[in-house]
Design a protein around this ligand. Structure first.
Ligand SMILES: [Zn+2]
Length: 298
């Protein structure tokens, strides 16, 4: 079986479709994280998501504008504001609706790298379908410089006791979760179990959207929004659907007993990403492709 080292020289000349059709044995090596992080722009080609949320890549990603009507991107120097168009549109919609309701802006942290792939500090965020949005909201105007570049995170929980911090949490954060969860494109949203419990205890009226709010470790300063695999990305691996209930029963209670769900152990050697991701990693930058096209027209 060919190794990536042997294949890598040949890949730039291969279109993704060719690789898929040929069923090449070449695969992006799992220890290639640095190259994914170093990609400055997206791979040219039609939008395609490949693999799983925690092991894959994306072609034809687009950038979330750093400032928009209802959102601000923080830590843009990390170049993690890329995603599939469905994700970018969802984030923009959440921002717009929050601004329409509260005249405030959401703070958007990591989406994905321009071509996806492993992202330091995250298990997922690999295929352009995950976005971290802070619970903290900011007023209109120029974003504070330290917040923009350092993006310090503010927990919604009181330290030590792990109860809600009522000086920080309000109906605005609940509204943000409701707005996000009621978007059909959103598959699920991860928040701290204490936050999920707060929603279970306070949301009245329509509670169907609570089904999408999933308790998980951390996530006390941000919500992690995950959108569905795009219908035309046939290599995107869908997750098992969530149950129809509000998730406020036994599945939540088990987070508050001594035998709470075990935190996953340290990651071992990550599995090989989908074979076609090697082509995406080596593909021309979409922006170079556009300037080439312009050149041809002249
Ligand atoms: Zn996240």
């Amino acid at each position: 079986m060919l190794k990536f080292v042997a294949c890598s020289q040949a890949y730039p000349a291969l279109a993704l479709a060719s690789v898929l059709l040929l069923g090449s044995a070449c695969a992006a090596p799992a220890d290639n994280a640095g190259r994914w992080a170093a990609a400055t722009g997206p791979a040219a080609g039609a939008p395609q998501v490949l693999g799983t949320y925690n092991n894959g890549c994306v072609q034809g990603a687009i950038a979330l504008p750093l400032d928009g009507p209802g959102w601000r991107v923080i830590r843009p120097q990390r170049n993690r504001y890329w995603g599939h168009a469905n994700l970018v549109a969802a984030v923009e919609t959440i921002g717009r609706r929050m601004h329409a309701e509260f005249r405030k802006n959401i703070l958007v942290a990591d989406l994905a790298q321009p071509r996806g792939g492993p992202v330091s500090g995250h298990a997922s965020h690999q295929i352009g379908l995950d976005a971290d949005i802070r619970f903290q909201l900011v007023a209109d105007g120029v974003l504070d410089t330290a917040l923009r570049w350092e993006g310090y995170e503010i927990s919604m929980l009181l330290p030590a006791v792990k109860e809600m911090d009522r000086t920080r949490w309000s109906h605005e954060q609940t509204a943000m979760l409701r707005i996000a969860a009621t978007l059909p494109v959103v598959d699920r949203i991860f928040v701290n179990p204490v936050i999920k419990r707060e929603l279970c205890q306070t949301v009245t009226g329509d509670r169907a959207w609570l089904a999408k709010i999933q308790p998980w470790y951390g996530h006390d300063g941000h919500m992690h929004v995950r959108v569905h695999c795009p219908a035309d990305s046939w290599s995107c691996v869908r997750q098992a659907p969530l149950g129809a209930g509000d998730g406020c029963g036994g599945e939540l209670a088990r987070w508050f007993v001594p035998e709470r769900p075990r935190r996953p152990g340290p990651r071992r050697k990550p599995p090989e990403p989908p074979q076609a991701c090697a082509a995406i990693l080596n593909a021309p930058d979409i922006r170079d492709q556009r300037s080439e096209d312009r050149g041809q027209r002249r």
